[in-house]
Design a binder for this molecule. Structure first.
Ligand SMILES: *[C@@H]1O[C@H](CO)[C@@H](O)[C@H](O)[C@H]1NC(C)=O
Ligand SMILES: *[C@@H]1O[C@H](CO)[C@@H](O)[C@H](O)[C@H]1NC(C)=O
Ligand SMILES: *[C@@H]1O[C@H](CO)[C@@H](O)[C@H](O)[C@H]1NC(C)=O
Ligand SMILES: *[C@@H]1O[C@H](CO)[C@@H](O)[C@H](O)[C@H]1NC(C)=O
Length: 400
């Protein structure tokens, strides 16, 4: 008892930092430049965002790892035929992962929405050799349809958790994504859709913007009301479609920022759990993630009458940093060797324990390196050219 309350105290301070620092994913499908500015201001206020002055020096990145990791080992997915379902499998890849976190390149409205089906097909060919589940963060830039079209054309055994990235103060963003998600379901059917996640780190952003750190405070409940309305609206949209199966509706947030009323209204919760931001060593990361998820997410969710299924929405280890200051979290380096340690200690154990997780993430997303610096653009198993990072070995177990 004493021990657990003590651990709880330590955990809440590290977790607060973890959650506030783990802000990498929220810009992915932001609906407007205004929203970006507002959120960036919030992030800057809590001191977790890298100065925008880094942007101008992005091409002079001090990251040598990414530059040297252009191995050719995984460039075997291109097909000699025009049929995307015919592609060469890479012997280095295995379906070891329960799921992967994925955002198609070019899915950012404020940088032009220039994703292409060709690029998404190539990604799906690779990801289908690693997992049978992909999670998206939002619906902008046609990403729901692009991914489902790629799954259809490649004929791979992959299911997709679609996402609707809710932005405070921009109801148009929610509605726009809801409508393209609806249209994608009408076009592609329900077969490859595992769920629709409404909101990503919305509560974290909302309470921080309102000078709180408690998602279950009065101000937290105000933010939750926005999500609850959107969740109900998504359910009603689905109910009106006469679908052949019930599509689960969920919510995603930083691990310690779930609002209880929101969790009580969803079928599943996706929780970001990052040992890196809790300053653990790479060797201790796996048990930290597992313990945190069990105590902070799984056990509380099991007490709710709807018993939402909890997943780890993001977990991983960065392999490099743009700046020297973030190249070490105070305990271990951002490095490929340490990502390998995390892969070797987390993936197969989580599979055996039946922990559902989305590994973070598929490839290094350059826009994050430009926008945020630090380790944000360096969480990929693959580099930005979709080569498996040099020296990485995918674990040999097979995920359930
Ligand atoms: C990658 O592999 C292909 C096929 O083996 C080869 O033709 C190509 O030259 C290689 N590219 C690099 C950059 O090594
Ligand atoms: C998409 O736009 C971004 C930002 O303008 C640019 O850096 C990138 O090269 C473009 N990608 C494609 C595939 O055109
Ligand atoms: C969205 O992507 C699908 C699949 O590639 C395509 O058929 C559709 O035309 C696209 N819609 C828009 C608005 O780009
Ligand atoms: C975690 O490590 C970072 C980088 O060394 C450091 O700035 C920060 O103060 C550390 N935080 C804690 C809670 O130890």
């Amino acid at each position: 008892m004493d021990d657990s309350s003590h651990r709880g105290l330590n955990m809440s301070s590290t977790l607060e930092k973890q959650a506030k620092s783990s802000r990498k994913s929220k810009y992915i499908v932001i609906g407007s430049i205004v929203a970006v500015v507002v959120l960036a201001a919030v992030g800057t206020a809590v001191g977790v965002l890298v100065s925008k002055s880094n942007k101008s020096s992005s091409t002079g990145s001090s990251d040598t790892t990414a530059a040297s990791s252009t191995s050719n080992s995984s460039s075997t997915s291109s097909s000699s035929s025009n049929d995307p379902s015919v592609f060469t499998k890479d012997n280095n890849l295995r379906k070891a992962f329960y799921g992967l976190a994925y955002t198609p390149e070019g899915s950012l409205p404020d940088t032009g929405c220039n994703s292409t089906l060709e690029s998404v097909i190539k990604d799906v060919q690779l990801m289908s050799q690693l997992t049978s589940r992909i999670r998206l963060y939002g619906g902008d830039c046609n990403q729901s349809a692009l991914v489902l079209e790629a799954v259809k054309q490649t004929k791979v055994d992959v299911e997709v958790f679609l996402g609707n990235f809710v932005v405070d103060g921009d109801t148009g963003a929610y509605e726009r994504q809801r409508d393209v998600i609806k249209s994608a379901i009408e076009t592609y059917g329900t077969e490859h859709i595992a769920g629709i996640t409404v909101g990503n780190e919305f509560m974290l952003n909302y309470v921080v913007a309102h000078n709180s750190d408690n998602p279950n405070s009065a101000v937290g409940d105000e933010g939750a009301a926005i999500l609850l309305a959107n969740i109900a609206d998504t359910r009603s949209m689905l109910a009106g479609m006469n679908l052949d199966k019930t599509i689960p509706v969920g919510n995603s947030d930083a691990g310690s920022y779930f609002n209880t009323k929101v969790l009580s209204a969803v079928d599943y919760g996706l929780s970001n759990v990052h040992a890196w931001f809790a300053n653990t060593t790479a060797a201790a990361a796996s048990s930290w993630v597992t313990n945190f998820f069990e105590e902070t997410n799984v056990q509380p969710a099991a007490l709710l009458s709807n018993k939402p299924k909890m997943y780890i929405a993001e977990t991983g280890w960065p392999t490099a940093s743009k700046d020297l200051g973030n190249a070490n979290n105070g305990a271990s380096d951002a490095s490929i060797a340490n990502l390998q340690i995390f892969l070797d200690t987390f993936v197969c154990e989580a599979n055996t324990a039946g922990i559902p997780y989305f590994f973070f993430e598929f490839f290094d997303e350059v826009w994050k390196d430009i926008k945020y610096g630090g380790v944000e653009g360096h969480w990929g198993l693959f580099d930005e050219e979709r080569n498996l990072k040099t020296g990485l070995t995918i674990p040999t177990c097979v995920s359930p």
